[in-house]
Every structure is written in C-alpha cells, then in structure tokens.
Design a protein around this ligand. Structure first.
Ligand code: MG
Ligand code: MG
Length: 264
C-alpha cells in the first residue's frame, strides 16, 4: 500500500532528512586512508543517538551496524568491520538511515578514499547525475518507470551497468514501503506518482556488468565481474513541480540547473 503523507508528517520527515544530511556530511569528511569502516559506523551511531534519533539499519533484518560501508566492487550492504581499513584509491559507499520522532530518512553517498583514478571519479559523478536525472522526472502525475528510464538511459550511455536486483522504495514510518523504485524501466509505466508520496531514489551503478552476488556474510552485495560500483541516494517528496530532496536540505533546483546549464 502506498501512503500519502500529510503536511505534518512531511515536516517530520523533513527534520529526519535534515539530521541525516548532517550525519552524512560529517561521515563524508571522516573518510580517509587508514580509518576502519567500524570507526565510521561508531561515529554515525553516536551522531544519530546524540540527536535523539535511532539508527534504522541497526538490527534491521539482523543487520549488525548503523551504516552500510561498501568498498569498490561491493555495491551495497557492506558490513563495517575493524578489520577493514580504508586504502588510498578505493571508493567507499556509505548508506545510512535514521528514525526521528517516528519518521524515517534514508540516504547514501560514494566518495574516493584519498586520491582515486579518473575512471572511478567518473563513475561517482555519473551515478550522482543518474540520481538527479531520475529525480527530476519524479513528478506528480508521472510514473515510477519515468525515474528508472532516466537513470538507466544516462548510466548505459556511459557504458555502465544498472543494478537490477535492488531498487529504491517508498519510505515513511517504515524504511521500506511501497512502491519499489527500480533504476531501470520504461517511460510511462509503473505506479503513478502522487503529491505527498515520499520515496528513496537510489541508483546503484557498476562500471561493468550489472549482475551481482551476495557474499558468505549474507549481506555484502558485490558485482559478479568485480567491477567497481557506486551508490547515491536521497529521500524525496513528490509535490507540485519538481520534488523536494528531504535528505538534502541545501539542495536547490535553481542552482542545479544553473550548474548543469540545462533548463527545467
Ligand atoms: Mg539507503
Ligand atoms: Mg534505500
């Protein structure tokens, strides 16, 4: 069932999103060679709890941490570990979610650890562009397929693979609500987008093939061909006009279009 949020509920999701943004900005700044992924996880949990929120990933279907920390060919769901020390040249995806006052937010970024090669830099940038391409098509009256189509078209035009097995999702009181929001699809197909829907859009893009497998830890999701992959996610609100990025309060469409040189 798809839930439509009222203005009061949206305001709560806005607060959850703003807090998550703050947490992820701090985590991003902490990523450097030599740090363990468990140190990042502890930092995230501390920041979340200090602000009277709850880490939503911790214990979710048995997941043992507050963030997913996924390096290079690990697409998503990497488990933080004190044995995993970040190394120069890797790319790290951090995915994190929290619950504030009963409402969820979910967001992810990918960054380089120290200096990274141009190919990985381009993968990160294109993945972010895929997100914004998808999200600008997430408009009232449109369809979920419009988002996936936009993400897939851009990713594949760069020769990248779009992960099929995992998708974005509705979000609200629960982290995963209807509808699924795939990163591939056809324009004009799928669930109709309505004002007041809140969804997490999250392209997962591989430098090579899109096929994935789950490692023996039961969580880490890696590309079968071991090609590096990138993940970018925000929780957004469907409304009149372009969507609001609830987990990216600093974002403005006006600046975005100025920067990209495109028009709405
Ligand atoms: Mg996420
Ligand atoms: Mg998500």
């Amino acid at each position: 069932m798809i839930s439509i949020k009222n203005p009061k509920q949206i305001e709560k999701m806005r607060k959850a999103g703003a807090l998550l943004y703050e947490v992820l900005e701090k985590l991003k700044a902490a990523v450097k060679p030599g740090i363990t992924t468990v140190a990042l996880d502890s930092y995230a949990e501390e920041l979340i709890r200090r602000n009277h929120a709850t880490p939503s990933f911790l214990g979710y279907q048995g997941f043992p941490a507050s963030i997913c920390a996924s390096i290079d060919e690990t697409v998503v769901h990497g488990i933080p570990s004190d044995k995993v020390v970040l190394k120069e040249g890797q790319i790290l995806s951090v995915d994190c979610g929290l619950i504030l006052d009963g409402w969820q937010s979910d967001s992810a970024f990918t960054v380089g650890v120290g200096e990274i090669c141009d190919e990985k830099q381009r993968l990160i940038e294109v993945t972010e562009r895929c997100f914004f391409e998808g999200v600008r098509h997430a408009v009232k009256g449109g369809r979920v397929g419009d988002i996936g189509h936009a993400v897939q078209s851009l990713a594949e035009s760069h020769g990248y693979g779009v992960i099929r097995d995992l998708t974005g999702h509705g979000i609200g009181r629960n982290m995963h609500e209807d509808p699924n929001v795939p990163n591939f699809g056809e324009k004009g197909r799928g669930v109709r987008l309505r004002s007041g829907m809140t969804i997490a859009v999250e392209p997962m893009i591989s430098m090579g093939d899109w096929r994935i497998e789950i490692l023996d830890d039961g969580w880490s999701c890696v590309t079968q061909d071991k090609s590096p992959s990138s993940h970018y996610e925000h929780t957004i609100l469907i409304q009149e006009g372009l969507p609001e990025l609830l987990s990216y309060p600093d974002f403005s469409w006006e600046e975005y279009f100025k920067k990209t040189g495109e028009s709405q």
